[in-house]
Design a binder for this molecule. Structure first.
Ligand code: ZN
Length: 150
C-alpha cells in the first residue's frame, strides 16, 4: 500500500508541476470560474460542448497542489465523454475523496482519478479536490458563471 501511495503522490506532483490542458480554450462554448474560499483556490474551466459531449476542455487558475492536479487529471479524464458519463465519473470521484467508497472498489472505473484516494484522510482538502468538478458541472449544466464551494 505504501508503494501505491508513493506512486499516487508522484502522479499528483507531476500534474501540479506540469498541468495538462492548462490554457485558455479558443472557441469554448462555456466558461465558468470556480473559487474555494477555504483554501484560496481559483479555477476557470473552459468547455467546448458539442452534441452533449465534451469535445474539448481546458482550465486556468491558481491554487494548492491538490486543486491544480485535480483539475489537470479531470480534463484528461472527461475529454470526449458524454455529459451523462461525466456525471457518473464525478459521483464516483466524490465518493472516493469523501471516503464513502474505497479506492480498490472503483479503481478500474476511475482510472487516474484514483490517485486522489488519499484526500479522504484530509476532509479539509475535499473541496480542493472537487472544486474543478463543481465548476465543470456548472459549465455542463449552463448554471452559473461563478461557482463557490462555500
Ligand atoms: Zn486547495
Amino acid at each position: 500500500m505504501s508503494d501505491l501511495r508513493e506512486l499516487y503522490q508522484e502522479l499528483i506532483l507531476d500534474h501540479t508541476r506540469k498541468p495538462r490542458n492548462f490554457r485558455r480554450l479558443e472557441g469554448a462554448t462555456r466558461k465558468v470560474d470556480g473559487f474555494n474560499p477555504l483554501c484560496g483556490d481559483r479555477v476557470t474551466v473552459y468547455l467546448d460542448l458539442e452534441d452533449d459531449r465534451v469535445k474539448d476542455i481546458s482550465f486556468q487558475g491558481s491554487g494548492c497542489a491538490i486543486s491544480t492536479a485535480s483539475a489537470s487529471v479531470m480534463t484528461e479524464s472527461v475529454k470526449g465523454k458524454a455529459r451523462a458519463e461525466v456525471e457518473v465519473l464525478f459521483q464516483r470521484f466524490h465518493q472516493l475523496v469523501t471516503g464513502k467508497s474505497p479506492a480498490t472498489a472503483d479503481g478500474a472505473a476511475l482510472g487516474k482519478l484514483a490517485v486522489f484516494s488519499g484526500v479522504s484522510e484530509f476532509p479539509v482538502r475535499v473541496k480542493c479536490a472537487t472544486l474543478a468538478w463543481h465548476t465543470l458541472r456548472a459549465a455542463l449544466n449552463d448554471e452559473a458563471e461563478t461557482v463557490s464551494t462555500e
